[in-house]
Ligand binder design. Sequence first.
Ligand code: TYD
Length: 199
Amino acid sequence: MSLWQRCVSSGILQHGRCLRRRVWDQALVSKFTSSPPRRTQSSVAGGAERTLIAVKPDGVQRRHVGQIIQRFEQRGFKLVGLKMLQASDGLLSQHYCQLVQKPFYPNLLHYMTSGPVVAMVWEGQNVVQSSRRMVGPTNPVEAQPGTVRGDFSLHTSRNVVHASDSVEGAQREIQLWFEGKELLNWDCFDHSLTYKEDE
Ligand code: TYD
């Protein structure tokens, strides 16, 4: 039985409302402190995926990092890796290996190396597909308001953020940008409020 279900059956919560706030808070604290985060690879279970999200140099320069992180947190995804770095030509040529022959690649490389990038790994069910929808299409002109690109950008060559476009692509990109030890496996204590317990 989940913490949430236990609290409902013991009368602390009713119809999602907290009747005895202090007891609920204590229950959360006790769960959080009595079961330390697990740090095994098997924590990515139950259909959870991981994806690479990177705030590009224009997004960092324009101070959008916090707002972009907030969108993923607010949606319910879990941050398992985060770092700021100056991306090298070598890293980018691997990351954009399918684009290196494109006429726009030199400009893309110049832009992506023009300042720091904030790279993140987010985890959750269907996080790859969901985050692509949250980020919006490559060309911001086609991006809906409410998407990151639709809200913060105007031109393809300055589209603020990267999001992996497939589960396989995400695995490849995460390995490129992060070492295994930089990714943290931890349990969100509100997991049962975000997902149905048996999924
Ligand atoms: P791509 O992988 O096609 O798009 P996405 O980032 O949405 O997965 O392209 C990678 C980046 O290359 C894109 O975000 C911006 C840049 N780019 C251009 O500068 N000009 C272009 O015509 C295209 C297609 C992409």
